[in-house]
Design a protein around this ligand. Sequence first.
Ligand code: NDP
Ligand code: HSE
Length: 431
Amino acid sequence: MIKVALLGCGTVGSGVIKLLADNKHVIARRAGHEVQVTKIMESDPEKVRALGLDDGIIAASIDEILNDDDCQIVIELIGGIEPAKTYIIEAMKKGKNVVTANKDLIASHGKELFEAAEENSVDFNFEASVGGGIPIIFPLKLSLAGNRIQEVIGILNGTTNYILTKMSGEKEPYEKVLQEAQQLGYAESDPTSDVEGYDAARKIAILASIAFNSRVSFEDVYVEGITRITPLDIKYGQELGFVIKLLAITKEEEDKIQVRVHPAFIPRTHPLAVVGGVYNAVFVRGDAVQDLMFYGRGAGQMPTASAVVGDIMEIVRDIEKNNTGRISCTCYLNKEIAAISKLKAKYYVRLLAKDRPGVLAGIAGVFGNHEVSLATVLQKDSNQGYAQLVLITDLVEESDLRSALKVLSEMDIVGAVENVIRLEGVSGHES
Ligand code: NDP
Ligand code: HSE
């Protein structure tokens, strides 16, 4: 029997207890040993009692777990940076293997954690930290290890995918849909981390580090959230055959790593376009395997517990074969992060411009002077002397587009630059 300690018995922690109990026999047969949670550290003991467990299992302090030589695996599900980081590193120093779902911690302090795992020859598994129940960490590290990964593009946040899907279907504004999502429990009362893209940024930092073998931290990710997306942009995008998604993107280009989170228009034929509601998906392109897509529930008690229990079972197998620490840190390179200003992409631009002769020629001239070639120019609704202009650029450098827009925003023929949205996955000209 393998003895396990659990730190944090909240949503995911209690899911792990349930899954280990419900599938106890099949887990034991597949992993080779029974897995038993013998200690739980939880600030609210009622959460432990609610699972039908008696008080004897509750650890009075972290030391009770660290000093228990029979406990071989620690599952960290308290979340946040501290004390989670200290607990994990101390557990590793005691020779314990660790499982976590803590994306915040890995995305900002991954290096320290992997070094501690390596120094102590223990396993450190974190499948649930990206995409909840979707297997993506082990597939990237193991099954796809023979490929040069070209890009990883994820819909990695269920809250924002739900909001954008609703806005697209029901033509409702962001604020109204957010409120509905909060009432239904799909969005948190403080939605900042989700809607500003920080949650997705943490997840893509973790995937980029694995895909490109270089440490990428949360702080390296260029981030834009969804708060500026309007029903009008969604409508115009739909008319052009696009679907709006908050994408988390990482690619390698000219030996640098692009890593960015922002809303993007993708063709409605792109595999990610059909990923709706709270679902997540990760699209991977490798030189040998070509296109792959992983789809499923990116959060929730039992989907996330599924990933945590899979990680525990993998460790049980390693313990059995005396082989822990087998898969060490994958970051053996030190690649540079590409600046967003150097990104080459196609863009959707919506401008309010004076509705009179010669204006279009003036605007096109400014773009031309800044090396920005236009693929499509559409004049949409007109109101009080101003017309909505929708422009799609050819492949251009972001800094050139920004310079052109700065000049335009100061011209009297332009009322406002209303929105700029990058295109992604546009065939023949992927950005
Ligand atoms: P919860 O807040 O539901 O659970 C955390 C539990 O840990 C709470 O009961 C909390 O108690 C307890 N806790 C916090 N700090 C301590 C401490 N120092 N000592 C003892 N107990 C403590 O969070 P989740 O279960 O939702 O998330 C856990 C981890 O899983 C996080 O890292 C999260 O990012 C990750 N994750 C969660 C997903 C989800 O769907 N929920 C999906 C993917 C990853 P109290 O509330 O009293 O502070
Ligand atoms: N808040 C996240 C989401 C789930 O909306 O997808 C936890 O990572």
